[in-house]
Ligand binder design. Structure first.
Ligand code: Z5A
Length: 211
């Protein structure tokens, strides 16, 4: 891995607390004086944000599963071409709120799309590009939904069943177990201060090696 440019992603089910954790990670990376792009999926570009609105909104609530999968990868192709690859090429670090592991978790484990088809799209759209580090914020589904429930109108994913989110959570844990070198699992059921402490410890030890 190039010591001066790393691609970090944050994943987790609904209500895991990604927002506060992303802020903490950003602060730790910037404290080392490293150039950083902070971005998100689906989204991160004008086209990607339009696709996000279609994916999360209710205008096309009944879209086919393959349509949803392909729109995720269409947004990702644009994101990689317009933002992520140029940033990494310029020597910046990239911090992304969700990436392709979310596709495996939600469209693969959650919706039941064959993981091999997702892997084929991943290879096609990303070539060899994969995150260098992924923090998975893990917590029981009921707790995540309870936290998220305090927010405004649910988006298209937030209306899914408990069973769907159980499959997504189990999928993420499977991914983490199969790629221990890339994944760090954070116990996100703890109080926020404790979660942020775990995140800081993980990111600082990564920065000590690669920054
Ligand atoms: N999706 C997909 O299906 N396939 C893909 O390939 C990709 C995405 C890339 C949008 O993602 C949806 O897209 C997502 C998966 C799908 N749908 N779902 N579910 P998103 O990341 O934008 O949406 P989100 O999951 O709703 O995330 P979020 O709103 O940005 O963050 P969060 O992690 O869910 O939670 P939060 O807003 O940071 O925290 C929730 C609340 O809990 C908030 O009031 C906090 O103050 C509170 N909180 C946080 N941590 C704690 C602790 N530790 N204790 C107590 N309270 C806490």
């Amino acid at each position: 891995m190039n010591r001066l440019r790393c691609f970090i992603t944050v994943e987790g089910i609904e209500g895991a607390g990604k927002t506060s954790c992303l802020e903490r990670i950003e602060e730790r990376i910037r404290s080392r004086g490293l150039p950083l792009l902070v971005t998100r999926e689906p989204g991160g570009t004008p086209l990607g944000e339009d696709l996000r609105a279609l994916l999360l909104g209710h205008l096309h609530a009944g879209m086919a599963q393959d349509t949803e999968l392909l729109l995720m990868f269409a947004a990702r192709a644009e994101h990689l071409a317009a933002q992520i690859e140029p940033a990494l090429a310029s020597g910046a670090w990239v911090l992304c709120d969700r990436f392709t592991d979310a596709t495996y978790a939600y469209q693969g484990f959650g919706r039941g799309i064959d993981l091999a088809r997702i892997a084929a799209l991943e290879d096609w759209v990303q070539g060899a590009r994969r995150p260098n580090l992924t923090l998975l914020l893990d917590l029981p589904v009921e707790l995540g939904l309870q936290r998220a429930g305090k927010r405004s109108t649910p988006d298209r994913f937030e209306r899914e069943t408990l069973a769907f989110f159980e499959r997504v959570r189990d999928g993420y844990l499977d991914l983490a177990a199969s790629m221990p070198e890339r994944y760090r699992v954070i116990d996100a059921s703890q109080p926020l201060a404790n979660v942020l402490q775990q995140v800081s410890a993980q990111i600082d030890s990564f920065l000590d090696v690669y920054a």
